[in-house]
Design a protein around this ligand. Structure first.
Ligand code: ADP
Length: 564
């Protein structure tokens, strides 16, 4: 009996164990199935996310980015509708650029950022808005568009909110936390892609504006690489060489415009060393134009790259030359009365002595003494006339090695009579050795004459007890040749000192001044690479300083070369 009982118990236990095993196995297979399904869902999600990423970053058009984002929400999140809205800037309204499913009708609609609805709230609050129907109250996505369930995520990068991504359901099934995570992830991807496209647009617009601005400039502009080849050029530059922009690309600027130029190469080398280089004026023999060129190194680009500005100064130079000539003729007019008087003395000596010789038949020694005097006086008269003609001469600028002392001497001869007539004392202290200067004799003579005339006019207004002295000093200073012209006149008032070099600025009456002397002198001196300044002024007089540099042989060649 006992045996049967044990057998029975064993049988029941075995049956229980087998049942448990079967149950456990069934349970396990359901769990595996769930895991497998979960895995498939995740893999699908991963693939669809990957696809979405490709779609988002494939285009730089905002609308083309927005569309795949909303499609993803309707397809993979069981959303009945989705939309993406953007603002252009802080002020502009929200524009719905993409909408799918039940929200499709809202596409292209615009909404005020201040209006009611989950979208504008999410924009303002800058956090995710989740809402669903409570009792009779249906939340509104935008004013007048009620929904059952909604999730709205702001689109933002670098602290700026520029739109929203929204998903809605028409059934009362709220989005799970997993689904909300996915919406947020899609929003983050879309934000980055849209920000990329905005930055691209910004750079593109900036580039277009830069090109339009540079093209609108009347001056030629070019970017040169380290070998002097044109890498960028504006329209004005292309027009200067009668070619199109693509045609000038890659050509040598020096060759295209000048058939090579030593002075220009030297200027470019100076700019490549990032030094402050004076613009240079060079005549283009190929184009028959006078061009003023200034180059500067371009930091942040390749080795030795330059940005070059080219101004066509042909007409301006011609106009200036005309002004210089006008001013010269005005000075000649002023000088003529003095010179006529000056010539009167030697000429009356000549005629008097000649008459004397004709009437008297004396010994040959007495005659030769008088003949010598006649010769001397005739020479002097001839010199005065030659000086006057040389000064009045009109012609292109010529470069030569010059002695400034000689120019000073020649010029003072012209005003000798003026000084005597006005009882003005001229003191000169000319250096025995001066570095030769490179320049145009007549132009420099005009500068000295302008400075002297101003000094004479200044002291001429002095009271009887005040000194009437004009002083001329030449010296060498630091390799440069310097001329100092000072006077004992009233000086230049401090508030006028910044204006005296401006064309047509004058404090003199119409018959005394044109206001061009100093501005023309300044132009002449700077074109010689020198400086002209009012170095001192006060109630005891004014001092002007003219400084001319030692010039290289290359520049002499450049100025004298044919066509330049
Ligand atoms: P202008 O002599 O025809 O007036 P400038 O250009 O030579 O023209 O000179 C401009 C102005 O500068 C003069 O009108 C005068 O006011 C001032 N100026 C020039 N030189 C002197 C000087 N040596 N002393 C005082 N003022 C001067």
């Amino acid at each position: 009996m006992m045996g049967w009982v044990i057998f029975g118990i064993t049988l029941i236990a075995a049956a229980g164990w087998i049942g448990w095993r079967i149950n456990a196995r069934r349970h396990l297979s359901t769990a595996a199935e769930r895991t497998r399904r979960e895995l498939t869902t995740r893999t699908n999600e991963l693939f669809s996310f990957q696809e979405l990423s490709y779609a988002l970053f494939e285009s730089l058009e905002q609308d083309a980015i927005a569309q795949p984002a909303v499609q993803y929400l309707t397809r993979f999140l069981n959303a009945d509708g989705a939309l993406l809205a953007l603002t252009l800037d802080e002020e502009s309204p929200l524009r719905i650029v993409a909408a799918e499913g039940t929200l499709e009708l809202l596409r292209e609609k615009e909404f005020s950022r201040e209006g009611a609805g989950l979208i504008t709230v999410a924009m303002r609050q800058k956090h995710v808005e989740i809402a669903h129907t409570e009792g009779m109250d249906r939340p509104e996505l935008v004013s007048g568009v009620p929904v059952e369930v909604a999730a709205v995520v702001p689109l933002r990068t670098h602290g700026t909110t520029f739109g929203v991504l929204a998903a809605v359901r028409d059934t009362a099934v709220p989005f799970s936390s997993e689904e909300l995570k996915q919406i947020t992830t899609v929003a983050t991807h879309a934000s980055n892609a849209i920000e990329n496209s905005r930055l691209f647009e910004l750079v593109k617009t900036g580039k277009e504006q830069w090109e339009a601005t540079v093209d609108a400039l009347a001056n030629g502009m070019a970017v040169l690489d380290g070998e002097g080849r044109i890498r960028r050029a504006n329209r004005a530059l292309a027009e200067m060489v009668d070619q199109s922009i693509p045609e000038v690309m890659g050509t040598q600027l020096c060759g295209t415009l000048f058939a090579g130029s030593a002075a220009l190469e030297e200027h470019f080398a100076c700019a490549r060393r990032h030094e402050a280089c004076q613009p240079i004026t060079v005549r283009s023999p190929l184009k028959g134009r006078t061009l003023r060129i200034s180059a500067a190194g371009m930091p942040g680009t390749g080795d030795g790259w330059l940005v070059v500005q080219i101004e066509d100064v042909t007409e301006r130079d011609a106009l200036e030359a005309q002004l210089i000539q006008q001013e010269k003729m005005a000075a000649v007019g002023q000088l003529v009365s003095g010179v006529a008087h000056e010539l009167n003395n030697p000429l009356s000596s000549i005629s008097g002595l000649a008459e004397f010789l004709l009437q008297h038949e004396g010994p040959i020694e007495a005659k030769s003494k008088h003949l010598k005097l006649i010769h001397e006086q005739a020479e002097r008269a001839g010199r005065i006339v030659r000086n006057l003609l040389a000064f009045a001469r009109r012609g292109p600028a010529e470069a030569d090695y010059l002695d400034l002392n000689e120019i000073v001497r020649q010029t003072t001869q012209l005003i000798d009579y003026e000084l005597k007539l006005r009882e003005i004392k001229l003191e000169t202290d000319l250096a025995s050795e001066l570095p030769t200067v490179l320049g145009d004799r007549h132009e420099l003579q005009q500068v000295v004459l302008n400075l002297l005339t101003n000094a004479i006019q200044a002291v001429d207004g002095n009271q009887a007890e005040e000194p009437r002295t004009v002083r001329l000093v030449t010296m060498e200073d630091d390799g440069s040749t310097v001329l100092v012209v000072s006077d004992t006149g009233p000086g230049v008032p401090a508030d006028l000192s910044s204006q005296i070099f401006t064309p047509f600025f004058t404090t003199k009456s119409q018959d005394q001044g044109t206001g061009l002397g100093l501005s023309i002198s300044y132009r002449i001196v700077t074109s010689h690479g020198g400086q002209l300044e009012l170095s001192e002024t006060g109630p005891d007089g004014a001092t002007f300083q003219l400084r001319l540099p030692a010039r290289s042989a290359a520049e002499l060649l450049e100025r004298n070369s044919p066509g330049s």
